[in-house]
Design a protein around this ligand. Structure first.
Ligand code: WTA
Length: 654
């Protein structure tokens, strides 16, 4: 049976940039027939080049693809300077604090703030092109200024999500060999101050010799320790900075930023993005997918610590000359109507959030949106994890009043911007389905040998041609870059980009993402590697072995389930287990952060291993779900272990 379809709102479609599927198909055909010509057209039309490029795409050193080779630009000119002439008094950023305080930052003010911060970094701290600057920031305008200030002077920023622990922050500072850290004393969440600077202090306690200076934005004015010669107050220093700053002339392929993300093995990877290709696609997807218009107000609820915050709070909206809302708080405080109240008061036109947030808001207040005037909404977006049909329908019917397009956008830290998504004025959508690749994106669902899967069968989601905003490398580890993304699927003799996700294509070509097929867990849209969590848990002195798997969760999408084998000399009894669970979660919080805490920790007598010692995670995932074990377990070193693990899970009540 074919799934029901929802067609774009006709009034909206009339004014949309891509108005129907014919237009979509034309663009796609163009890209297929003349791939470089397609991208050449958009790069010329969209980017303010300081010097034009000589070559659109250089594939000679694949998979280290180069785009717009030889071109010169500065991303901040694309995001700020060129708007000054035509919209200097337009709101670039509308900031809403946790406690309801608001700031309107016009393009002219943004220009001045960014330049002042750029001057501070360049002239006072000696930050030069290519230096790394780590940002450990709350959701305040200064976070956006800091990112753009780095881009202005050619420094490479690496934003570390504020929920990461000191250990995790230290790892990222060390890997990037950062020269400067920008942080805040703290900020506000749910009406109360919380702190960030003490975490930076702790991270810098040992092993970060590269760090020379720490710049501290005073947001909540709580007491913090100041270390002389290292820590400086942004609020004091910024006053005297000139508000013009010569932009660094950057090459298309110079790195713009690093963003650490989890893979299936080893430590987090510093995903490296470039200048021109990234900003081009950030802007184009803002225009195509959200169809943001001059007078619109756009709100993405992500945190700048994740790629969504980079591309769709800061770079994409500003490159497009839009008004982007930045929110310090959480959408459930002071009550479940906070987000809807903001939509009403700010007359938000595009709202972009994660399925977890939709499920939480749905659960807390099914009819809450009806109390507010949400008639300004035109496009509703989701990102980060598969959305389930009930959440999709509530979003469509209750939040969107049945008249808004829902764009279920599939993409990744590595892709820089949207890859698969409905176009709001064109695509007939099926609930909970990402639909079709965007024009210019060659996404396909393949077998390992590069053959397309049959309709309805699950396959590997690949992108078979390089695209401008793609990851360029893993910072300091080009071999890992090749192995992680270009090692699994080969099409016509050529390794192609494999995303790590599984997907299904139906008879009509609609692509539905089924989730990760590697050992990455997606909790509330936060991407985490099982290997990372396991190595954190192993730091607990009682733990001999550990295996972590994801288990479906009605709100969070997935939750973390850990199987623990204790060292021989540790007695296994229930009283201690409660204590142990607490301790293990404390270790995780210390090593990674609260976001990686396990929901279930079960002590088991052993792990299901093959004779060669490989842990059979599939069995552990099935047990966590409470499923029957269908696969052959006779090849296990000890087949009886499966029943013992099932028994332990039952006893633990997990
Ligand atoms: C998942 C977030 C289903 C997917 C932008 C991907 C999705 C991972 C969707 C990337 C979607 C993202 N439907 N799953 N619309 N969007 N994902 O790097 O598993 O934090 O590989 O980037 O999120 O997570 P990341």
């Amino acid at each position: 049976m074919l799934q029901e379809k929802y067609y774009p709102n006709k009034e909206f479609a009339k004014q949309a940039r891509i108005k129907n599927m014919c237009e979509y198909n034309e663009l796609m055909e163009w890209a297929k027939e003349d791939y470089e010509g397609f991208w050449d057209h958009w790069a010329r039309e969209k980017i303010d080049w300081i010097e034009p490029y000589e070559k659109v795409l250089d594939e000679s050193d694949a998979p280290f693809y180069k785009w717009f080779v030889g071109g010169k630009l500065n991303v901040t000119q694309q995001c700020i300077d060129r708007h000054i002439e035509v919209r200097k008094n337009k709101a670039a950023i509308i900031f809403e604090g946790d406690r309801g305080d608001r700031q309107i930052i016009t393009y002219l003010r943004l220009y001045r703030e960014v330049n002042r911060m750029a001057n501070l970094l360049r002239n006072e701290f000696g930050v030069k092109k290519g230096d790394r600057v780590v940002l450990y920031m709350p959701m305040i305008p200064e976070a956006a200024y800091a990112m753009l200030a780095c881009a202005r002077i050619g420094a490479i920023h690496s934003v570390v999500f504020g929920g990461f622990s000191a250990e995790a922050l230290r790892d990222r500072i060390q890997d990037a060999e950062a020269k400067v850290i920008i942080t805040a004393d703290g900020a506000y969440r749910k009406g109360a101050p919380y702190m960030l600077k003490p975490v930076v202090d702790q991270a810098l306690e040992e092993g970060c010799p590269s760090v020379e200076k720490v710049l501290v934005v005073q947001r909540n004015n709580e007491d913090i320790i100041w270390i002389g010669g290292r820590d400086y107050s942004y609020n004091e220093m910024i006053e005297s900075q000139p508000d013009t700053c010569e932009p660094e002339v950057m090459d298309s392929e110079d790195p713009l930023f690093l963003l650490y993300t989890s893979g299936s093995t080893g430590k987090p990877k510093g995903v490296q993005h470039s200048q021109a290709g990234y900003i081009l696609w950030a802007q184009m997807t803002m225009e195509w997918v959200f169809d943001v218009k001059e007078n619109d107000t756009y709100w993405c609820t992500a945190d700048i610590g994740w790629i969504t915050g980079h591309t769709y709070i800061v770079y994409g909206p500003l490159a497009a000359g839009a008004t982007t809302v930045m929110f310090e708080g959480v959408p459930t405080y002071p009550d479940a109507g906070r987000a809807w109240k903001m939509v009403e008061e700010l007359r938000i036109n595009q709202f972009y959030t994660a399925p977890t947030a939709i499920r939480v808001l749905h659960k807390l207040g099914e009819h809450e949106p009806e109390k507010y005037d949400l008639s300004s909404l035109k496009v509703l977006g989701t990102v980060g994890e598969p959305i389930d049909p009930p959440a999709w329908k509530w979003y469509y019917e209750v939040v969107g009043g049945g008249k808004c397009a829902i764009v279920d956008t599939w993409w990744q830290t590595e892709t820089g911007g949207h890859m698969i998504s409905p176009l709001p004025g064109a695509t007939p959508v099926k609930p909970a389905c990402a639909t079709f690749p965007l024009p210019g994106i060659m996404a396909e669902v393949l077998e390992r040998d590069g053959t397309p899967v049959a309709p309805g069968e699950q396959g590997l989601l690949c992108i078979t041609r390089p695209w401008p905003s793609m990851i360029r490398t893993i910072w300091g580890d080009p071999e890992r870059f090749k192995k992680s993304y270009f090692g699994d699927v080969v099409k016509e003799g050529q390794p192609v980009y494999f995303s790590g996700d599984g997907a299904v294509v139906d008879e009509e070509g609609y692509i539905t993402i089924t989730g990760r097929v590697d050992d990455v867990i997606n909790v509330s849209g936060h991407r985490m590697g099982t290997a990372e969590i396991e190595s954190a848990i192993k730091k607990h002195p009682h733990v001999a072995e550990v295996a972590v798997v994801g288990r479906p969760d009605p709100i969070k999408g997935e939750s973390i389930f850990a199987y623990i084998v204790l060292k021989d000399d540790i007695p296994d009894n229930l009283g201690e287990e409660v204590e142990l669970t607490k301790e293990i979660n404390e270790v995780i919080a210390r090593e990674i952060g609260n976001i990686a805490k396990a929901d279930a920790i079960v002590v088991v007598p052993g792990l299901p291993k093959t004779r060669s010692g490989k842990v059979m995670r599939r069995i552990l995932r099935a047990i966590a779900k409470g499923e029957e074990i269908k696969q052959d377990i006779s090849t296990l070193e000890d087949p009886s272990i499966v029943a013992k693990i099932q028994e332990a899970v039952r006893c633990a009540g997990c």
